[in-house]
Design a protein around this ligand. Structure first.
Ligand code: PRP
Ligand code: URA
Length: 209
C-alpha cells in the first residue's frame, strides 16, 4: 500500500488555519492554497532522481547533482485544482499541465466529467494530480483511473484536505497512488462536505458564492 503523507508542518498548519476561517477572503484564500501547494510539492518531489555532472566552481572542479530530466506533468481537477497549479509550478516550472473537468453532482455526490485536455505524451510522464478537497474520494478515484487509461504509470495525488473514508476509497481502488495532504479531517456531513473543513473550495477560490 502506498504511503499517505500528512504534512503537519507549522507553516502548512498556519496557512490551513487561515483557509478554514470563514472570514478569510478570496485573495488570502487563493494565496494560502498556492503556498500550501508549493510546500506539499516540496515533499512530493523528495524522491526525484539526481544525476552527477562535473562542473567547475570558481575555485575547483567538482561533481554536482542535477535533477535527471524526469518528465513530469501536473494535472488538476477543475475547478478547484486550478488553485494549486501555480504553487507546483513554482518548484517545477518545466512540468506540463493537464486539466480534467469534473464536478460533483450535489444530489448523488457522484463525479460528472465534462472536460479533459492532457499533454500528448502524458503516458511517458510521472503525474502529480491536484485537487484541494478529497471528500468521498469519488472525483480523485475517477481522475486517477482516467490517467491510468491514458497509460500513466506513476501518479501522486496532492490535496489539502482529506477524510479517513476518502483515503480508504483511494487505497482500495488505487493502492499504488501516494497521497500528500495537509490534514485528515474528522468526517463528512450528510451533504458530503468535510467537517470541520473549509467549505466549498471552488467557490472560495473564485468568489462564486
Ligand atoms: C470539489 C472538489 C473535488 C470534489 C471532491 O469539486 O474540488 O473535485 O468536490 O469531492 P469528492 O471527493 O466527494 O468527489 P466540486 O464538485 O465542488 O467542483 P468545483 O471544483 O468545480 O467547484
Ligand atoms: N468539495 C468541497 O469543495 N468542499 C468539501 O467540503 C467537499 C467537497
Amino acid at each position: 500500500m502506498a504511503e499517505v503523507h500528512v504534512m503537519n508542518h507549522p507553516l502548512i498548519v498556519h496557512k490551513l488555519s487561515l483557509m478554514r476561517d470563514k472570514y478569510t477572503g478570496a485573495k488570502e484564500f487563493r494565496e494560502a492554497v498556492e503556498e500550501i501547494s508549493s510546500l506539499l510539492c516540496y515533499e512530493a518531489t523528495r524522491d526525484l532522481p539526481l544525476k552527477e555532472v562535473e562542473i567547475e566552481t570558481p575555485i575547483a572542479r567538482t561533481t554536482v547533482r542535477y535533477i535527471s530530466g524526469k518528465k513530469l506533468a501536473v494535472v488538476c481537477i477543475l475547478r478547484a485544482g486550478l488553485g494549486m497549479v501555480d504553487g507546483v509550478l513554482d518548484l517545477i516550472p518545466n512540468a506540463k499541465i493537464g486539466h480534467i473537468g469534473m464536478y460533483r453532482d450535489p444530489d448523488t455526490m457522484q463525479p460528472v466529467e465534462y472536460y479533459c485536455k492532457l499533454p500528448t505524451d502524458i503516458a511517458n510522464r510521472d503525474v502529480i494530480l491536484v485537487d484541494p478537497m478529497m471528500a468521498t474520494g469519488g472525483s480523485a478515484n475517477v481522475a486517477i483511473q482516467f490517467l491510468k487509461n491514458y497509460g500513466v504509470q506513476h501518479i501522486k495525488f496532492m490535496c489539502i484536505l482529506a477524510v479517513p473514508e476518502s483515503i480508504a476509497a483511494i487505497q482500495e481502488e488505487h493502492p499504488d497512488v501516494e497521497i500528500y495532504c495537509a490534514s485528515i479531517d474528522e468526517k463528512l456531513n450528510e451533504k458530503g462536505y468535510i467537517i470541520p473543513g473549509l467549505g466549498d473550495a471552488g467557490d472560495r477560490l473564485f468568489g462564486t458564492k
